[in-house]
Design a protein around this ligand. Structure first.
Ligand code: CDP
Length: 234
């Protein structure tokens, strides 16, 4: 765990944000959702937005490698995305399961390298910042979307641990997958997310790093809540 001075803006009248970033299957989604529930805060799963964007682009038959970036950006700026509890809706269609496939995750990371697409999704993400506060998880919550977050956490875990976690998640859903294949996918996604020119996956300045390789979700949640309470007092 590495603690650098967090960025706090006591003058800010905006609701507080806790930003939780990290690589694929680092546990950030589960941790962020539970921290939000414990505090009574709103929760933003920004990865779900990128996944829905990938789905919309695929359904419109665009090939992200050759399409004009602005066309893709216009398309995702207009997509009728909403969250209904834990369900993710595209207009009247519940796309919660469709966006959770490994293929959709891979496609999301492909379109996520495009600056115009990221720009088109920026305000949509910022609109989740509402009272009494927000817990947001993703790759660039602390660095780009909410640079003034009062607490920034970077969750990590070894690629092997993450592949095993993803395997268990899929098995729980009755989906078979090979751990070796998942490990390869995770490494590729780390490489693509970490090396892109815009908003690459990286620990933001002022973020606390928490390695969850041998930490349960409960411990990680307790750690974030404790940090947040300390931050409020300081
Ligand atoms: O669940 P997992 O961590 O594998 O992925 P996710 O959080 O659902 O995000 C899917 C993909 O969207 C990631 O691999 C990133 O490429 C992209 N993404 C991003 O670029 N920026 C974010 N704030 C969130 C996701």
């Amino acid at each position: 765990m590495n603690a650098r001075s967090p960025i706090l803006d006591p003058q800010s009248s905006l609701p507080p944000v806790i930003a939780i970033d990290g690589p694929s299957a680092s546990g950030k989604g589960a941790v962020a959702a539970r921290v939000a529930a414990a505090l009574g805060f709103h929760y933003l799963d920004s990865g779900a937005i990128y996944r829905v964007a990938a789905l919309v682009i695929e359904r419109a038959n665009f090939d992200p490698a050759h399409a004009k970036q602005q066309d893709l950006a216009d398309l995702v700026a207009r997509m009728p995305l909403s969250f209904s509890g834990e369900r993710v809706m595209l207009g009247d269609e519940d796309v919660s399961d469709a966006i959770r496939t490994e293929d959709c995750g891979r496609q999301a990371s492909v379109i996520a390298v495009l600056p115009a697409v990221r720009q088109a999704l920026l305000e949509r993400q910022r609109a989740f910042r509402q009272t009494p506060g927000l817990v947001a998880d993703g790759r660039d919550m602390a660095s780009v979307v909410f640079p003034d977050a009062c607490l920034k956490v970077f969750l990590t875990a070894s690629a092997e641990v993450r592949a095993n976690r993803r395997h268990k998640q899929l098995m729980d859903k009755g989906i078979h997958a090979s751990i070796a294949q998942l490990l390869q996918d995770i490494r590729r996604r780390d490489e693509r997310d970490g090396s892109r020119a815009v908003a690459p996956l990286q620990k933001a300045a002022g973020a606390y790093e928490l390695d969850t390789s041998s930490l349960s979700i409960d411990h990680a949640v307790a750690w974030v809540l404790e940090r947040y309470e300390k931050q409020k007092r300081s």
